[in-house]
Design a protein around this ligand. Structure first.
Ligand code: DP6
Length: 332
């Protein structure tokens, strides 16, 4: 199907890449508007993506969601809330049938909510005949899932926490095109299946019970400034050091929550050591880990083969996924 055929009146179809953060989002300033407590910086991937079709159904009384071919009634409220923001902008009240497919494991700490809500917003807009400015698009996506605001854009992306009461200065924007610094990613999948504690409840638990949460939030601005500078200068070594520090700091806050949030398994830790060994041996690579047991290794151009070889040999690694940096959410 061509883009114009698939995006006819009342139907929108879009693709969005997963992203993961090099400087993490962990914690909320406003749960209702889903405003993050901290800014974040991420990379958008090209090989892991969600494709979503939104079709307006005038006779339907509620929205309907199918994810990877399975009806997900339990997730309809979240997508309806996001579609409502678009319906309000379009002055339309029609319900929609949403079909979404991830080409990678769902809910296992691989950013499926990021690509999912970014694709939903882009496709929903098209179905409703809207064409929002990208910043506004990211504000809508943020209200579905904070990290989704970043998947609206490709390459290196910064999300601003903002401070306005209405959340309108809490948006993402591009920092650097992926083509300007073509890093690659190797993801070591160390467990399959949906994670036990999602990031949303993990954040709440960290904020309410971790003695390190306040320090985590306080230290974020200098981390963001350092990462921004390293990305603009395309300087791998300081970005590597900073991203690992920021990731471990987020996990330190989570580990110290009550009950504790231990997102890692043994293979995650072995992979972390393997990446550190590689870098000590001169291979330009660093790791990051989100709210799940998968390890993401970020490679400077040319380093991917050595990283794949090393991670493939780590016991407990089930599969390796590789990706370059990709574009933002687009119609397809
Ligand atoms: C650990 O965007 O999934 O991946 O806004 O509640 O939907 P909600 O949270 P979500 O959190 C992502 C957390 C993270 C870090 C990151 O992606 O920055």
């Amino acid at each position: 199907m061509s883009t114009s055929e698939s995006n006819r009146r009342g139907v929108g179809r879009a693709r969005a890449g997963a992203n993961f953060a090099l400087v993490k989002y962990w914690g909320k300033a406003d749960a209702r508007l889903n405003v993050p407590a901290v800014g974040s910086i991420s990379i958008t991937l090209d090989r892991l993506f969600t494709e979503t079709t939104v079709e307006l159904v005038p006779e339907a009384r509620s929205d309907e969601l199918t994810l990877n071919g399975v009806r997900r009634d339990e997730d309809v409220a979240k997508i309806s809330a996001c579609l409502d923001l678009l319906r309000r902008k379009a002055g339309v009240d029609t319900r929609a049938r949403v079909g979404s497919r991830n080409n990678f494991p769902t809910g296992a700490g691989l950013a499926s909510s990021a690509s999912g809500f970014a694709a939903l917003v882009r496709a929903g807009e098209a179905a409703l005949g809207l064409e929002l400015p990208p910043r506004e698009r990211s504000i809508v996506a943020r209200q579905g899932s904070g990290s989704a605001a970043r998947s609206i854009f490709g390459g290196f992306v910064e999300m601003h926490a903002g401070s306005a009461a209405d959340g309108n200065d809490s948006f993402a924007e591009p920092l650097l095109e992926g083509a300007d610094w073509p890093l690659e990613v190797v993801i070591a999948v160390t467990a399959k299946g949906e994670k036990e504690i999602g990031s949303r409840s993990g954040m709440t638990r960290s904020a309410t019970s971790s003695p390190y949460y306040e320090a985590w939030v306080r230290e974020q601005p200098p981390d963001l400034a350092a990462a921004r500078a390293a990305i603009r200068a395309r300087d791998f070594a300081p970005l590597a050091e900073l991203a690992e520090h920021n990731c471990l700091k987020m996990h330190a806050a989570a580990l110290a929550a009550r009950p504790p949030l231990v997102y890692w398994n043994g293979a995650t830790v072995e992979c972390l050591h393997a990446v550190r060994r590689l870098r000590a041996g001169g291979v330009p690579v660093f790791f990051t880990i989100d709210a799940g047991p998968q390890l993401k290794a970020v490679c400077a151009p040319g380093a991917r083969a050595a990283v794949e070889l090393a991670l493939r040999g780590v016991p407990g690694v089930l599969e390796l996924l590789t990706s370059a940096l990709g574009p933002g959410a687009e119609l397809c």
